[in-house]
Design a protein around this ligand. Sequence first.
Ligand code: HPA
Length: 278
Amino acid sequence: MSTASSDYLQRIDEATDFVRQRANTVPRVAIILGTGLGKLATHIQPEVTLPYDEIPHFPQSTALSHQGQLVLGTLEGIPVVAMQGRFHLYEGYSSSDAVLPVYIMHKLGAEILVVSNASGGVNPKFTGGDIMVMSSHINLMFRRHEELGGNNVIPLPPDQPGTLIYDRKLIDLALRTGRQHNFPVHEGCYVSLTGPNYETRSEYRMVRKIGGDVVGMSTVPEVLTAHSLQMQVLALSAVTNIAKPDTLSETTAEEVVDIARLAEPRLTAIVISLLRTL
Ligand code: HPA
């Protein structure tokens, strides 16, 4: 964060102070709920729910099925903060705006980030409704963090290598939870594109060819930020549409939301397993 501008730091401070004035919860875990996955927050025993438009400097959610509120409370007895709705670059946000909440949730106390998304599957072994736990990603978003000094990447502390971003123990915990509850959890690589469109058949082919298992339009900026803050990261992708480039059918946002909702109990089971280890 050495290159972050003082204005950006001030925004983080002011937003954090506001949340602290409203809530006593000191979260250990931050949870970002992606498309169709916001219902997980209903399992939280809330202390306070803050609409994004009340929090100074917080961006506003515009995407379909993103509620736009911050929930602070406890889940399985552990203090958590959850974002019901996130910010995508395709909504027009700068990457610095999109990751601002990660800095705020870290400053509130969170040491672990659980981040979720809906994605399109390009691995032929995947089925709609499966969960993929991210053990790697390919970042094709090509964004600069203007407010963070214009760097191409978020600055990492020198002792924090960029290669092992996804926590092995948390990946194994997600895989184990799937086995215990009898639902499919794959481990794999998420390719991030900016969107706003779902991919063409050629793009889906490219994603598969370069080593991707799923493709989506979020998550990587937040994950990089959390890693730069030395948070442990668990990233869960709800595979919605399966892309078959040779017989491609239209993907709709409604279909993505509907299938992500079906995957939501699986995501909840994994998050609860994680909290029980704390
Ligand atoms: N592509 C990009 N993002 C997505 C998709 C997809 O096919 N499905 C859900 N989010």
